[in-house]
Write a protein that binds this ligand. Structure first.
Ligand code: SF4
Length: 352
């Protein structure tokens, strides 16, 4: 670590003052200082929903989904009562479908076991199905002003820079968490968590930190060392493996598209999608879902967390025992990988 005096009260005062003046306006938030205190008025349902959506995606991408969920299911009880398929369809495009299933499991536990009221402690939240350490800490801090240590990738990056931690990720995670914990106090813990998130998202950005407008620049060891963007240090990662498969776009006489529901377990589990072959490490001959006059319609690439996928797309006219829907509906509701494949045949939707 580069040596910079670690003055915790000064760091906290500078960041909270910056937050008071610069907090992002977000639809799930109250402003700085609002709703503080134990049993605060901040809505834990909104905060929980937003935190689940925001894991691994950005605020601009998650916001329309958040607003749509809130409109359709304004309370945790309403969400708990929603059919699985509707929630999964509404989640399509956010990715990480296991989260949608966990979301429903959690909503049903809150509605069924807790009278529709979220537990107000980190431990109580952590005991809910599908709620991990990060979400429990975030909801405890932001909704209930508990002094929880809320550490996501943004906060790890700020800590790695502030303290110039040379250990590469992921080995540095425990150290970064400990450093973040040292800055959490009983005073304004919800605002503190959000201030760190906002700093990481808008100022201490991954590639180009805006150190000249950062409230912590005179306390930041990485800035003092001259190359803040080189933190957090990273272990060089191997490329994602690639898999190959075929997606089948079967269109009936009315122009509708055939869909199948995927098995509950596994990638995109429980979602509607195009019929596909299995996805293998090498391109292989695929068996179509029905005998028809199949023709090639190009290919698409898609990147999942653990692998990249190349899908050849084939299309044919035909009928059969499928879930049939209009192309417009499919392009609106299907997970992105299937929308890309469908767009090879019907012409609209994401391409890469
Ligand atoms: Fe991040 Fe730069 Fe601020 Fe340090 S000074 S916390 S590197 S934005």
């Amino acid at each position: 670590m580069t040596s910079v005096p670690c003055d915790i009260p000064a760091i906290r005062a500078a960041l909270l003052a910056w937050y008071d003046a610069n907090a992002r306006t977000l639809p799930w938030r109250t402003g700085p200082g609002e709703g503080g205190g134990q049993g605060a008025t901040r809505d834990p349902y909104r905060i929980w929903l937003s935190e689940v959506m925001l894991q691994q995606t950005t605020v601009p991408h998650a916001t329309p989904y958040f607003l749509s969920f809130l409109q359709r299911w304004p309370t945790v009880a309403a969400l708990a009562a929603a059919p699985d398929a509707e929630v999964m369809a509404a989640w399509a495009g956010l990715g990480y479908y296991a989260r949608a299933r966990n979301l429903l499991a959690c909503a049903r536990a809150v509605a069924g076991d807790h009278g529709g009221v979220f537990p107000d402690t980190e431990a109580g939240l952590l005991a809910l199905p599908g709620v991990g350490a990060y979400t429990a800490a975030a909801v405890a801090a932001i909704a209930f002003d508990r002094p929880a240590n809320v550490v996501d990738g943004n906060v790890e990056r700020v800590m790695a820079r502030l303290f110039a931690v040379d250990t590469p990720l992921p080995a540095a995670k425990p150290e970064l968490k400990r450093l973040a914990a040292g800055l959490v106090l009983d005073d304004r813990p919800g605002d503190w968590a959000q201030a760190l998130m906002d700093l990481g998202a808008t100022v201490c950005r991954p590639r180009t930190p805006l150190c000249d407008v950062c409230p912590l620049s005179d306390r930041c060891a990485a800035f003092a060392g001259g190359s803040p963007e080189s933190y957090p240090r990273k272990t060089v990662k191997a490329d994602r493996p690639r898999r190959f498969g075929t997606a089948f776009v079967l269109v009936d006489e009315g122009g509708r598209v055939a869909l199948v529901r995927r098995p509950d377990k596994g990638l995109l589990g429980g979602m509607l999608g195009l019929p596909t072959s299995s996805w293998q490490g090498q391109p292989t001959e695929a068996v179509p879902p029905i005998a028809a006059d199949w023709r090639a319609a190009g290919s698409i690439d898609h990147v999942f967390t653990h692998f990249a996928l190349t899908l050849e797309v084939q299309t044919a006219a035909g009928q059969g025992d499928f879930v049939w829907t209009t192309p417009e509906r499919a392009l609106a509701d299907l997970p992105t990988v299937f929308r890309k494949a469908l767009s090879r045949v019907v012409g609209a939707g994401p391409r890469s």
